[in-house]
Design a protein around this ligand. Structure first.
Ligand SMILES: C[S@@+](CC[C@H](N)C(=O)[O-])C[C@H]1O[C@@H](n2cnc3c(N)ncnc32)[C@H](O)[C@@H]1O
Length: 509
C-alpha cells in the first residue's frame, strides 16, 4: 500500500504532471493553510512545500505510511512545486463554482468521510483540470460520482447562458489578456556551458533561432523553437508553457527555470570571482545560485533567510546546482552586525526583501485580507529598514535592491527615502541603457532604475535599483594617479623626462 502511494506521487502522467494522493492531499493542505491564515498561497506552496501532517489529518495516510512516505513525498514536491501551485491556485479561482457544483450534486452529504477541501481539489481536476488519473481510494470515490458532477456543471452553464468553463468565473477571475510570459531557462554555468545546452535542445528537435531581435519576435515564438536572450548572456527563451520540470537538464541542475526579470539582480550586481557577497533575503535561492555562477563559485556568499522551511528547500536546490561558495544562515538580516570582522570584506549586497508580490502573474487575487494601503505601508517600512541596514556595511561598494512588486511605494519610494539619508555616501547607478521600461517616480534619477512587466518586457512585474558608494577623495586621487600613469606610458613610454612628467601633470590630463 505504501509503495502504491509512493508510486502515485513519483509517477508521471502523460502530460508530465504528477498526480496521486500526494499532490491532491498537498493542495488540500495548502488551501487549509490559507483558510487558517498561515501564509500566502506562494509561501505555503514554495516555502513549506506542504504540511505533511495535513495528509494525516485528512485521513489520506496512516501514521505508519506517513513515516515511510513523508520524506519521499516532501522531497518530490519540494523539487517541483509548480504542479502543486497550479492545482491549488486554480482550485481557488474556481472555488465559488466548485461550491455550487458540490452543493448541487450533494457529494459531501453522500460521502461523509470525504474532506471538503480535498473534494474541491479532486472535483476541480475532474471537471476543469487535467482529469483524475490513476488509482487511489478518494479518486475512485469521486469518479463514482462523475456523471452527476458533470451534469451539474452542464446545468450551471445552461443557467448562466455560457458555453466555456472560463465564463463561469467572475470577471476578476478570468485570465487577463496580457501577453503570455515565455519560458525562460538560465543555463547554470557552474555545471555546464551555453553551447552544450543549445546543442542538447537541438538534439531534442528544438530549432535554435539565435539571439532574439525584438519583443515581437519573442511573442511569435512557436512550438519547438528557442532564442538566446538579448540582455542576459546565458538565458534561453522558449515558448510560454513549455514545461521542463521533468527535463533531465533541470533535474540535474544544469538549467534553472527562472524568469528573466529575476535574473537581473545577480547580473547587475556582478560580483567578481573571489568577492565577499551578502544575499540578505535569499530563499528559495534562485538569485543565490545565479550569484554563485557569476562568482564562478569563488569567494564567499553569505545567504540569510528567516524562514527555515524555505532554507531547507534552498539547500537542496543549491546542492543540485553545484553551488559551494555559500554559507546559509537562518537569521534575521536586521540582526546581523555590520561591524563583525566576518563581513569586513563584503563589497556586494543583494537585497530582495519580502514584498507584496503584486508583479507575479500567477499570484491568486484572493489571498489578501488587509487593505492594500495598510499592507504597503507595513511592507515599505520593513523594506526601508532592510535597505538602510544593508547600506551600513562598512566595505559595501555596490548593492542591488529588487522586488517583484509593481507598486512605487515598495520600489522607487523606498530607494529614494533611504538614499536621501545616505546621499553623501551612495548614489543610484544608471544601468542597462538598452532596457526600455524604466523606473517612475517624483525624482529625476528614478529612470536609472529598471521596471519589468508582462506587457513591456514579457516578464513578471519586477523592479531593480543599483546603488553604489560614491568615490571618496582618496579613491578619486588613486584613480587620478592611475590615469596619469597610463597616459604617461602610452604617450611617452618609460623614458619620460622629469620635465615632461611635470608638464603632463601641469596640463591636467
Ligand atoms: C522575495 S523572497 C526572496 C527570494 C530569493 N531572493 C530568490 O531569488 O529566490 C523574500 C525572502 O525574504 C525572507 N525574509 C523576510 N524577512 C527577512 C529578514 N528580516 N531577514 C532575512 N530574510 C527575511 C523571506 O523569508 C523570503 O524568503
Amino acid at each position: 500500500m505504501s509503495g502504491g502511494i509512493a508510486m502515485a506521487v513519483r509517477g508521471r502522467g502523460g502530460g508530465g504532471r504528477r498526480s496521486g494522493p500526494g499532490l491532491y492531499g498537498a493542495a488540500a493542505s495548502v488551501l487549509a493553510g490559507l483558510e487558517n491564515g498561515e501564509g500566502s498561497l506562494k509561501t505555503l506552496v514554495y516555502g513549506s512545500s506542504f504540511q505533511a501532517s495535513w495528509l494525516q489529518l485528512l485521513g489520506l495516510i496512516s501514521d505508519f505510511q506517513f513515516s515511510v512516505l513523508f520524506e519521499e513525498v516532501r522531497e518530490s514536491l519540494a523539487q517541483n512545486p509548480r504542479p502543486l501551485y497550479a492545482l491549488a491556485s486554480e482550485t481557488l479561482r474556481y472555488s465559488d463554482v466548485l461550491d455550487t457544483i458540490l452543493g448541487a450534486a450533494g457529494l459531501l452529504r453522500i460521502e461523509k468521510k470525504l474532506q471538503p477541501l480535498l473534494a474541491k481539489v479532486l472535483v476541480y481536476d475532474l471537471l476543469f483540470g487535467k482529469g483524475l488519473r490513476g488509482g487511489g481510494r478518494w479518486k475512485a470515490l469521486v469518479l463514482k460520482h462523475q456523471a452527476r458532477l458533470k451534469a451539474e456543471l452542464a446545468r450551471l452553464k445552461v443557467q448562466k447562458k455560457v458555453s466555456r468553463n472560463e465564463d463561469l468565473l467572475p470577471p476578476s477571475g478570468q485570465a487577463e489578456q496580457a501577453p503570455q510570459i515565455p519560458r525562460y531557462v538560465r543555463v547554470n554555468t557552474l555545471k555546464t556551458h551555453l553551447d552544450d545546452v543549445v546543442d542538447y535542445f537541438k538534439r531534442q528537435q528544438y530549432s535554435y533561432q539565435g539571439k532574439a531581435g525584438s519583443m515581437e519576435e519573442v511573442c511569435s515564438l512557436s512550438r519547438k523553437k528557442f532564442f538566446l536572450d538579448s540582455h542576459l548572456p546565458e538565458l534561453l527563451i522558449f515558448p510560454p508553457q513549455t514545461d521542463f520540470h521533468d527535463n533531465q537538464l533541470y533535474v540535474a541542475g544544469h538549467i534553472i527555470l527562472q524568469d528573466k526579470a529575476s535574473c537581473l539582480p545577480a547580473f547587475l550586481l556582478n560580483p567578481p570571482p573571489g568577492s565577499h557577497v551578502i544575499d540578505a533575503c535569499a530563499a528559495p535561492g534562485n538569485k543565490t545560485s545565479h550569484l554563485a555562477a557569476v562568482m564562478k563559485n569563488k569567494g564567499r556568499l553569505f545567504a540569510f533567510d528567516l524562514d527555515a522551511k524555505r532554507l531547507a528547500t534552498m539547500s537542496t536546490m543549491l546542492m543540485r546546482a553545484g553551488v559551494t561558495c555559500y554559507q546559509l544562515a537562518h537569521q534575521d538580516f536586521l540582526t546581523t552586525d555590520p561591524g563583525d570582522p566576518k563581513y569586513s570584506q563584503v563589497r556586494y549586497i543583494l537585497l530582495d526583501p519580502s514584498c507584496s508580490g503584486s508583479g507575479m502573474t500567477s499570484r491568486s487575487p484572493v489571498e489578501e485580507n488587509t487593505p492594500l494601503a495598510e499592507r504597503l505601508q507595513a511592507l515599505s517600512g520593513f523594506q526601508r529598514k532592510m535597505l538602510a541596514h544593508a547600506l551600513s556595511f562598512p566595505a559595501l561598494q555596490r548593492l542591488v535592491y529588487s522586488t517583484c512588486s509593481i507598486y512605487q511605494e515598495e520600489n522607487e519610494d523606498v530607494v529614494w527615502d533611504v538614499l536621501q539619508q545616505r546621499e553623501k555616501d551612495f548614489r543610484l547607478v544608471k544601468v542597462l541603457p538598452s532596457w526600455s521600461h524604466r523606473g517612475s517616480g517624483t525624482f529625476a534619477e528614478a529612470k536609472f532604475c529598471l521596471r519589468a512587466s508582462p506587457k513591456e518586457t514579457l516578464t513578471n512585474g519586477f523592479f531593480v535599483a543599483v546603488l553604489e558608494r560614491r568615490p571618496t577623495g582618496a579613491d578619486e586621487e588613486r584613480l587620478w594617479e592611475k590615469t596619469i600613469h597610463r597616459l604617461e606610458r602610452v604617450h611617452f613610454g618609460d623614458e619620460l623626462s622629469l620635465e615632461m612628467h611635470d608638464s603632463i601633470r601641469g596640463k591636467g590630463f
